[in-house]
Design a protein around this ligand. Structure first.
Ligand code: ROI
Length: 180
């Protein structure tokens, strides 16, 4: 029997048309977070040079970092894109800006955060972009929504998402609304 390779498990990481499978974290805790998240999902559905694959439910989560800020709405979306990593970052920052992103302090409240969690199987660190996202392995509001849409996922480092989840308490994470 043949042994499954990482590329078989993370199916279609790069398919024949040169698309890379990417996972994007969505987070908001200002200016109607549910509406912000839904608007971001709509923008991702029509992202240039990309195909929208799926999105998790919306989750309600307690703030990580300073506690004197509102609870967050979080979700994770999956897209296949022909955009290079920096082009994808630019496109996501444009969506953030179009939704009037406000962010006053580091780790403080924000109208919309769109973070690249994974870009295919790439591992990269540049001044503007680190992939995989530096904090994703410890964040319940990232790992649980990610597992909802990609339960079999393996990270580029070889770690299985299912193993990361075993060490990640849910805290007060709760499904807030289905997006289907
Ligand atoms: N906390 C939660 N629950 N959700 C987020 O999306 C989020 N984003 C952040 C910080 C400030 C780290 N805390 C968060 O950037």
């Amino acid at each position: 029997m043949s042994v499954l390779k990482k590329h078989d498990i993370n199916e279609h990481i790069i398919n024949k048309q040169g698309y890379s499978r990417c996972y994007v974290a969505i987070g908001s805790n200002l200016a109607d977070p549910v509406a912000q998240a839904k608007e971001a999902i709509t923008a991702l559905e029509t992202l240039t040079a990309s195909r929208f694959i799926s999105v998790s439910s919306l989750y309600a989560s307690k703030p990580m970092g300073p506690q004197e800020q509102p609870d967050y709405i979080n979700a994770v979306a999956c897209i296949d894109t022909c955009l290079a990593p920096i082009e994808l970052l630019d496109a996501l920052q444009q969506i953030e800006n179009e939704q009037g992103r406000v962010r006053k302090e580091h780790w403080g409240a924000r109208t919309l955060d769109l973070d690249i969690l994974l870009y295919g199987d790439e591992i990269m660190s540049t001044p503007r972009l680190t992939v995989p996202h530096y904090g994703m392995k410890e964040r319940e509001f990232v790992l649980y929504p990610l597992a909802e849409i990609a339960p079999q996922l393996q990270l580029p480092c070889g770690q299985a998402l299912s193993v990361l989840l075993e060490d990640c308490p849910r805290n007060d994470l709760a499904i807030y609304q289905n997006t289907k």
